[in-house]
Design a protein around this ligand. Sequence first.
Ligand code: ADP
Ligand code: MG
Length: 345
Amino acid sequence: MFENAGRTEINSLGEFGLIDHLTQHFTNTQINTLTGIGDDAAVIDTGTEEAMLVSTDMLLEGIHFDLAYMPLKHLGYKAIVINLSDIYAMNGTPQQVTVSIGFSNRFSLEALEELYSGIRLACEIYHVDLVGGDTSSAQAGLTISITAIGKAKKSDITYRKGAEAGDLIAVSGDLGAAFVGLQYLIREKKIYMENPGVQPELEGKDYVLERQLKPEARKDIIEFFNSSNIIPTSMIDISDGLSSELHHLAKQSGCGMLIHEDKLPIDPMMYNPCIDIGLEATMCATNGGEDYELLFTIKQVDYEKLKLNSDIHIIGYCTDQYGSVKMISKNNNEYPLEAQGWKAV
Ligand code: ADP
Ligand code: MG
């Protein structure tokens, strides 16, 4: 099936190269598979004006979370939220989830109850039903795999493709704080490991910590689109960082993206923690992941409608330079934004 012989290191492909490589020989054969691999969710025809949306994400202990600083209840909540975010990124409404867990004997019943209390809270808040899953013991650690199922009117579905030169680029909320929160937690853990007597210094960091430990998916933005009759031309949720997601939109839409550094939405509550930890706010906003905000493009004619929502920020516009993703800095220099990908550890 695959032509390469011998051993190839996964890192030589990168995350997206790997997915492309492994799935290159698959072709969809079912006529109701409207969109398969490559977007935030797959789109399945139901024979009605509404299509079904399906998305899966997996969280692994030691890779995506560290129980030294992530309470189990928060973890359960976050695991649901990040999956729902992919359904919203299609301009859809999530309705059901399945939850599969694998855990070693390090985890007690009480620990799993905590995890599920977070899962339940997210299900209640976002009005989704837990309809199944799988449970297995594991040799080590905790693994959580969630599938979210949702719906959208076919004519409302927003893909990563669809942006055209001249469209405005917008983002909800603010960027980078979840990454700063994570860096804090990592730093405090390290200090604690070296000297268990030292109390963590997390005061005044509530906002960045909450962004990391208790993210929310932007249900409200989808509702705003619906009530304002806005259908974005393309959309993605920001899980891997703004730069990376801009590259996805540019590549799949066949256009370029130009953003302005001074338009990046950065919350004032992020600046001090950022300086304190020695990070640059712009770098956190462009490369930091896990914001779970929505990045989307709209036609210029929709600007007046969009402006009514103060939590949406226009950060740039689409160009006709295929695949080019650039930022104009505060001192007016133009430079390319690199896509940061996941790498094998
Ligand atoms: P997201 O960040 O929105 O969760 P990903 O970057 O994880 O999306 O995945 C990109 C696309 O590749 C999605 O359509 C996803 O379903 C698909 N995908 C990821 N891993 C695999 C895999 N192992 N096999 C098949 N499809 C995959
Ligand atoms: Mg996504």
